[in-house]
Design a protein around this ligand. Structure first.
Ligand code: NAD
Length: 358
């Protein structure tokens, strides 16, 4: 019963006008597909500058209006009028290592974006909810000891590892400030580590480091495993993360929009802790890769050891529970990667010259 209810979440958006910043990206494009699968009686505006996304991810559909450009651009902001029921603010400068290389680009695309968007939205009258995509890394305790589930009320860590995670938490500060000061109906969704179909290695423009290509651990491991390469394990793969399948994140975002309390915050997590070493073993098993691991030193900037998210509040208040367990989600992602190798490799190859010396 609960599963059916959760699958039908998107149906509730029938007749709605929705703005999605960063909608061409990995999570945004999955969210749009989920909404369109539930109803075509919907109007979706995407604003995305394709900094870390490919246009091919934008569904060609009469219900979707794609505006290419930055959500911090005044001309684009002026085009957005007071018609939206829901806003999902997913635009970001992807990801930690690129933000360390170019903190000003992170500021322009990850902090200023939120401030300028909220300034534009603050007097809109029709808005029911503005859902902000935040990140669990901004509040996780920095420990390699046994981890306990991070709850929503965990203290905000003053020692952040990257401009990216600073920007994500500043976005939370603006979300609560604009709610209190201007009654902007914000809800913060704190994601754990998302994986799944449609995350294209190398998508978008060069952002300064090899992380432009090797976006996140799961797509990287799957690609390398399919190529028969050893999987790179930094610090023996001792760090742990909470991996959540992209369809679950999208249902969580919809639940935040429908049921989230204004001004509040919810974890979107699986609640399961997996070490990077366990992940590598699982991916080598699923893909039949016999090349094992390549042991590498710890990343100098990364102090985030073991962590996973608490699921209690989202379950109680949003009726949200992640449904796809890691082995099943990985199998789906491996199949998608096999079928999308041409697209993925064309995106990896376009950065080949630059990646050589980074
Ligand atoms: N993927 C994860 O594991 C994860 C974890 C925690 C939080 N998040 C958050 O979820 C959101 C979506 O992330 P994703 O994984 O889909 O990444 P993504 O890189 O695929 O998507 C981000 C999108 O924002 C766009 N963008 C960048 N700057 C922009 C700007 N100035 N104006 C408009 N669009 C801009 C990019 O082109 C891209 O399409 C982000 O806010 C991210 O911080 C993701």
């Amino acid at each position: 019963m609960k599963n059916k209810k959760q699958n039908n979440l998107a149906v509730n958006f029938s007749g709605s006008k929705i703005l999605i910043t960063g909608g061409a990206g990995f999570i945004g494009s999955n969210l749009i597909k989920m909404l369109l699968a539930a109803t075509e009686n919907i109007s979706i505006t995407i604003v995305d500058n394709l900094l870390s996304a490919e246009k091919i991810n934008v569904p060609q559909n009469k219900s979707v209006n794609f505006i290419e450009g930055s959500i911090a651009d005044d001309k684009i902001l002026r085009q957005l009028d007071d018609r939206y029921d829901y806003v999902f603010h997913l635009a970001t400068f992807h990801g930690n290592q690129n933000s360390i290389f170019d903190p000003l680009a992170d500021h322009d695309n990850n902090t200023l974006t939120t401030l300028k968007l909220y300034e534009r939205l603050k007097n809109f009258k029709k808005l029911k909810k503005v859902v902000y995509a935040s990140a669990g890394c901004s509040v996780a305790k920095k420990t390699y000891g046994p981890a306990s589930a991070t709850h929503e009320d965990a203290p905000v860590e003053i020692n952040q590892d990257s401009p990216y995670s600073i920007s994500k938490i500043i976005g939370e500060f603006y979300s609560t400030y604009y709610f209190k000061q201007h009654s902007l109906p914000t809800v913060r969704a704190r994601f754990q580590n998302v994986y799944g179909l449609g995350e294209i290695l190398g998508a978008g423009k060069w952002r300064g480091t090899a992380a432009t290509v090797w976006r996140n651990v799961i797509p990287t491991f799957i690609y390398k495993a399919l190529k028969g390469e050893p999987l790179p394990l930094q610090n023996h793969g001792r760090a742990s993360r909470d991996f959540i399948y992209v369809n679950d994140i999208c249902r969580g975002l919809l639940a935040c929009a429908l049921k989230g309390k204004h001004g509040d915050v919810y974890n979107l997590a699986s609640g399961h802790e997996t070490t990077i070493r366990q992940l590598a073993i699982l991916i080598n098993q699923i893909t039949g890769n016999t090349a094992g691991f390549e042991l590498l030193p710890k990343r100098s900037w990364d102090h985030s050891g073991r962590r996973f998210g608490s699921t209690t509040k989202a379950k109680q208040e949003l009726d949200f529970v992640a449904q796809i367990r890691l082995p099943a989600g990985l199998k789906l992602t491996v199949d998608w990667t096999k079928n999308s190798l041409k697209l993925i490799e064309s995106n990896i190859n376009k950065h080949q010259k630059k990646i050589g010396n980074k």
